[in-house]
Design a binder for this molecule. Sequence first.
Ligand code: ADP
Ligand code: ZN
Length: 296
Amino acid sequence: MLIGALEAGGTKMVCSIGTPQGGVLQRASFPTLTPETTVPQIVEFIGKFDVAALGIGSFGPLDLNPQSPTYGSITASPKTEWCNYPLLRVLKEELGVPAAIDTDVNAAALAEYKMGAGTGLSSLLYVTVGTGIGGGLVIGGQMVHGLVHPELGHMILSPLESDPMPDGICPFHRHCLEGLACGPAIEKRWGLSAKLMSEDHPAWEMEATYLAQMCVNAMMTVSPEIIVLGGGVMQQMHLFPRIREKTLALLGGYVSSQRITPDGISGYIVPPALGVNSGVTGALLLGAQALEAQEA
Ligand code: ADP
Ligand code: ZN
């Protein structure tokens, strides 16, 4: 049986064909232009295969309230052509199969929870640090939506005195996590491509401090059993030991758990076990869930 998966991103739409268990067989990618141009390309590619269901992990914000008349629409996106676009409804109708949608980060969190770093645990926080910063949370097997859905990237942090750009770059908030620590913020602050910065560049200590503040805030709020950090910026693997150390320092010994010790924390703040495939695996699992829900 085949499942279709769409990873809907601000720059590209990655379509995959895979199995209900998350294995990927085929993939195609289209630039995110307007819905009129891009959606037919998605439908044409996925429509070539006999998929039984579709799972979508999308950039947001999204309407994820199943009772809402605009359920499955992109809401107030900075990508204006996609504002209020009913992505779930259109793809469901065009492809004629059951479909499910969630945020890209909730999908990745689901995959890491079921098949990756969170296997055997009962909660997991997945945070991507890339062009933006987003967090997906799974508790007891369920992706957390809440009132709208978590927007962990916009939690307000304490900027460092040594930060030459202490307000960050978010157009909505001063010194929120995304505004201070996403890839474009690093590049604007230091005037250099993040990929080209050496490991001893002061950017990384600052980056680690902000991500450690996020880890502490998340631990104090939902106490996840594991924190998975992915996305382009986290390709800088030297960030992991720095974030762990700064998280412990900020916690000041307050959380008593074997996992939150100098030895234990290397298994608590971790890279994605599924590597770059967390998102696609999560979208396939969402598709499989949509099929199960229809058959139930
Ligand atoms: P997106 O968030 O657009 O899905 P990515 O997660 O790859 O994609 O994030 C892209 C951002 O991550 C860019 O702003 C870039 O600065 C940063 N980035 C990508 N690769 C690296 C790297 N190897 N080291 C540091 N930063 C990186
Ligand atoms: Zn913000």
